[in-house]
Design a protein around this ligand. Structure first.
Ligand code: ADP
Ligand code: MG
Length: 994
């Protein structure tokens, strides 16, 4: 109420913002008037002049008006110029209107400019892009599809090239060197996925400085920002690749496991039957009952989901009894008993630990004559045996060792595959846990019962199921890099956006991106006529009414745009129109370029265009001569979309630039929106008034009621996006740290400092643990120097002795971990440099960089996998009434910390072990793996939250992740001021360990 009065007196915030821009607009126009007197060359000379003034300390804001005037004046000079855009001849005919200048100001200031369709946003963006590109940094414009990137970059390129700036355009599948050229331009157009995937490749996968393509995340303008940050942001960008695995042996093992399974099944059925007979016999002796319980236990070990067993266990008394027997059998001093119980089985399955193991009997059955094929040898023991074999020459030893390791990995793969197959047979039931469709194994969500297409069980289990069902076995893939759209765009120093429809989502833009929406008035007043919605009982009646509406208008020659929310609806309506003999075009947002052409013609007399709501977005519909007199373009919505924004978007396609036009939505009670979110009141009205077949309801009050339903869906979708983001924030921090370290290793001028910075951390960590584990005396803990020396000699071939450790130790106790660390790392570094003295500079640099990169890549991959697992396990905790996010943060922090420590440790350990050949073969392996870029799109109503999600408690502060690798200036003492400039001591700032 108060705010309404406030608005009436002072205007809305946007109106005030706009008012404040008016003097600037006047100033731009005045300057432009002067510029008209200059020659073309004098205008062109403005670009270097501006750059120079910026270099001399003027700011972008200082020169904004002049720069905008130069762009406006350039447009004026371009009028009449003919050129080609995407193969179509074009003629320049635009000089920015005042409202467009305002839009430009809003964009330069990092806002979202809401400007209706047809207001010329493409042109608006050139103003701030030109201005910001004067900094020499790469400025970017993000489009909704490749076609628009191509169209707009070459269309607006007229301005940029006239003024001496370069413009590039990203396209899907462009090779890296072409992409690099596009980023090298002053201004780059491209879709959000292209920008996002390039970032992931640069930061997470490049193995050479030369491979990087992006240069800045300085300023980006997102066109149709609602579509990109709201609709597309529901799924993250993922680069996935196959899991590097030795050849799996599922196909070969499957028949063997199948027969093993049926033998075990027979055995278990017999055991269960025998046990049941005894348990049902009231006169059975205690010994007989005990024997029967052992049999049940055998079934439980052998086939925990065996039907008969489960039936017997419906009796709670027997369950308790069985638990007692089990713990007796498992207890330590009954070792022999456990083996005896299991020996009759072919294999055992532990549901809790998810492990399946062959017994001796199973090995005999599966590989008669060579049971050792299925027994793991002791790796260390065997290697030790080879290493100490006096009869072998060093070369023979190496050969033997390699051969042994090869056999070992084949064998361990075989056992792993076997175990997964056993689980596939025993724990996973077809049509309960999974279904087979189109020769694919599809997971059934155990809680909702919904199919989860595209999802795969991990760790070979899915392949085992495929082998079991004898359908093609698909290559296992894993996430190699991933980021949400939201977090990608948060990287930018300055972000701006434009769209016809931002206002309904203004709160979200503010909350997540700190972007404010400024509504820019239209150039001419909008005179569109919006009819009330028509509501019908059934879809059939609704569709009939729509086709009648189209037919009527079509007869008069008025063009109609019929928007649908799904391809399916488009097809139904198209069939109905065909039956009535009404010619029309159908667009499904599949072929952007072709559809743009069709949409562009949607304003010609008598044309009927059926389009899903994304089709032809970004292309405006101009009215052909004579159409205005017929009432302009008529827009029909075949349903309300679940978001008001998309409906407004559809309406906005007519009545551009002051044209006449009209719009109307049709709704039925069978529409998803009404079924799932509509109010019962509407249904009641239908009943109360006894409305008949074909009757329709219309009332402004009903429009409101539908909007309420839409608001509910919007809310729900917002919480899904927020949730994705909350989860991704955890990953985001980790990703920043890893990518920063990776980037340093890749591009630092002093790669040696990065490497030994990491080694220092590894040694530091080890010293910490040696001081924690030492002998405890009254006067403190004695430093375990022996342990440290053992570690050092295992890691580095430098023959450290306890007596070498002189710094930071007094009287057997640790006084300065830093001094000790530095003493050790200095010696290691020196030895490293000496031992690589013959290596050419370039190769040494490669080695140094890649020693760090290899450890990061290997462990980060594993970490992503672990994080995936963690995330999927979180959906289960919802049911345990815990907040999954809090749990997730907590556990994610733990595994990240230990991964970082492992990276440090591995780098130190590999320091003297890796060779260039080994590293480059790892590189090649990575590069050779086919990658897939995934950015899924959602159908509406997909991915709704499961009902009854518990209320989320307030977020707890997260533990801080220690960022401790940077060492640009070598060897900062731990008490020195921190090089990051915080003013704190190094050990309390970037040098903090725990
Ligand atoms: P939006 O993206 O805002 O929907 P577009 O950038 O696609 O709009 O422009 C719509 C149409 O308006 C284009 O055909 C363009 O030529 C025209 N237009 C834009 N600005 C001007 C202008 N200042 N003067 C004349 N025509 C303009
Ligand atoms: Mg546009």
């Amino acid at each position: 109420m108060l705010s309404a009065i406030f608005k009436a007196v002072f205007g809305t915030k946007s109106q005030r913002d706009v008012k404040r821009m008016l003097p600037l607009v006047a100033k731009i126009n005045a300057i432009e008037l002067e510029l008209q007197k200059l020659s073309d060359d004098e205008i062109k000379a403005k670009t270097p002049e501006f750059k120079e003034r910026l270099a001399r300390g003027e700011t972008l804001d200082d020169i904004m008006c002049e720069a905008f005037a130069v762009v406006k004046n350039t447009c004026r000079r371009l009028v009449g110029t003919e050129f080609e855009v995407c193969g179509q001849p074009m003629k320049w005919d635009m000089i920015p209107f005042d409202v467009q200048l305002m839009g430009g100001i809003a964009l330069h200031r990092g806002n979202i400019a809401e400007m209706a369709t047809g207001e010329g946003k493409t042109l608006v963006a050139t103003l701030p892009l030109y201005l910001n590109a004067l900094t020499g940094k790469n400025c970017q414009l993000v489009t909704v599809n490749d076609y628009l990137a191509r169209r707009d970059s070459s269309w607006m390129g007229q301005i940029y090239t006239f003024l001496g700036l370069t413009v590039g355009c990203l396209q899907n599948m462009q090779p890296p060197d072409v992409r690099r050229e596009q980023y090298a331009c002053d201004i780059t157009y491209g879709t959000n996925s292209e920008f996002g995937f390039d970032y992931l490749r640069d930061m997470g996968m490049a193995s050479d400085k030369e491979e990087l393509v992006q240069r800045d995340h300085y300023y980006a303008i997102i066109d149709e920002i609602d579509s990109i940050l709201i609709d597309e942001a529901r799924t993250p960008l993922i680069i996935s690749g196959p899991v590097p695995m030795s050849d799996s042996q599922f196909e070969e093992l499957q028949p063997k496991v199948a027969s093993l399974y049926s033998s075990q099944n027979l055995l278990c059925s017999r055991l269960a039957r025998e046990a049941k007979a005894v348990l049902e016999d009231e006169n059975a002796s205690p010994e007989a009952v005990d024997a029967a319980m052992i049999k049940l236990l055998q079934v439980k070990f052998g086939m925990p989901t065996h039907k008969q067993l489960l039936r017997i266990l419906e009796n709670g008394e027997i369950v308790r009894e069985l638990e007692k027997v089990e713990s007796r059998v498992r207890s330590d001093n009954n070792r022999g008993l456990l083996q005896e119980v299991q020996s009759e089985l072919f294999f055992t399955i532990d549901e809790k630990t998810n492990e399946a193991d062959l017994t001796a009997r199973g090995r005999d059955a599966i590989a008669p004559g060579s049971p050792e094929d299925f027994i793991m040898p002791d790796l260390l023991e065997e290697i030790h045996r080879i290493d100490t074999d006096e009869n072998l020459s060093p070369e023979q030893r190496t050969a033997r060792r390699n051969q042994f390791q090869e056999e070992f990995s084949v064998k361990s793969e075989r056992l792993h595959d076997l175990s997964q197959l056993l689980k596939a047979y025993c724990l996973f039931e077809k049509d309960v846990n999974y279904v087979v469709q189109d020769r694919k194994v599809m997971i059934v969500d155990e809680h909702t019962g919904r199919l989860m297409p595209g999802r795969r069980f991990s760790d070979g289990l899915h392949q085992a199921l495929e082998a079991k069902e004898r359908v093609p076995i698909e290559q296992e893939t894993q996430t190699m890099a991933t980021i949400t759209i939201q977090n990608y765009f948060r990287l930018y120093k300055k972000l701006a956006g434009m769209t016809g429809t931002a206002e309904t989502e203004a709160a979200e833009f503010h909350q997540i991106y700190k972007l404010d929406v400024i509504v820019i008035p239209t150039n001419k007043p909008c005179i569109r006529k919006d009819d009330n919605d028509s509501i019908f009982k059934t879809k059939r009646e609704k569709f009939n009414a729509i086709v009648n509406d189209v037919e009527e208008r079509h007869k008069l020659g008025q063009p109609v745009l019929l928007g649908t929310i799904s391809v399916e609806d488009s097809e139904i309506l198209s069939r109905m129109l065909k039956m009535r003999g009404i010619p029309h075009n159908v667009l499904n947002a599949k072929n952007h370029e072709h559809e743009a052409e069709i949409v562009a013609r949607a304003g010609t007399p008598g044309s009927v265009t059926v389009a899903t709501n994304m089709a032809g977005r970004g292309t405006d519909i101009k009215l052909a001569p004579g159409v205005a007199e017929l009432g302009g373009l008529h827009v029909i919505g075949s349903s309300r979309h679940d978001s008001r924004r998309i409906d407004r978007q559809l309406r906005g396609r007519c009545s551009r630039q002051g044209d006449p036009g009209s719009s109307k939505f049709y709704v039925s009670l069978e529409d998803n929106l009404m079924r799932l979110f509509g109010s019962d009141r509407i249904v009641k009205i239908f009943d109360r008034f006894g409305l008949e077949e074909g009757d329709e309801l219309q009332h402004p009050w009903l429009n409101k009621s539908i909007e309420t339903a839409q608001r509910r869906v919007e809310q729900q979708h917002f919480s899904i996006r927020k949730r994705t983001l909350d989860f991704d924030d955890v990953m985001n921090k980790q990703r920043e740290i890893i990518y920063q370290l990776r980037h340093d290793a890749l591009v630092s001028d002093k790669p040696m400092d990065v490497l030994f910075g990491v080694v220092e951390l590894a040694v530091g960590n080890e010293i910490q643990s040696c001081s924690a584990y030492g002998e405890r005396r009254k006067d403190g803990v004695v430093f375990d120097a022996e342990r440290l020396v053992a570690y050092l000699n295992d890691a580095f071939p430098l023959e450290f002795k306890v007596s070498d450790l002189t710094e930071g130790l007094e009287d057997g106790k640790l006084t300065s971990a830093d001094k000790l660390t530095i003493q050790i790392v200095d010696r290691v570094e020196k030895a490293y440099v000496d031992s690589h003295a013959d290596l050419p500079e370039e190769q040494l640099t490669y080695l140094v960089r890649h020693t760090v990169l290899e450890a990061i890549d290997r462990l980060w991959q594993e970490h992503l996998y672990a994080m995936d697992q963690l995330r999927s396990s979180m959906s289960l905790r919802v049911y345990a009434q815990k907040d999954p996010l809090v749990e997730y943060k907590h556990e994610a922090f733990g595994i990240f910390k230990s991964m970082m420590d492992q990276i440090y440790r591995d780098v130190a350990h590999n320091l003297f072990r890796v060779t260039i050949t080994r590293l480059s073969s790892f590189d090649e392996l990575l590069a050779s793996m086919p990658q897939e870029m995934i950015h899924q799109t959602f159908e509406q109503f997909d991915g709704a939250l499961p009902p009854g999600l518990p209320q989320m408690p307030e977020e707890e502060p997260e533990p801080e992740i220690p960022v401790t690798f940077h060492r640009e200036t070598p060897k900062v003492g731990r008490n020195d001021p921190c090089p990051c400039g915080s003013g704190k001591k190094y050990k309390n700032c970037c040098g903090k360990h725990n």
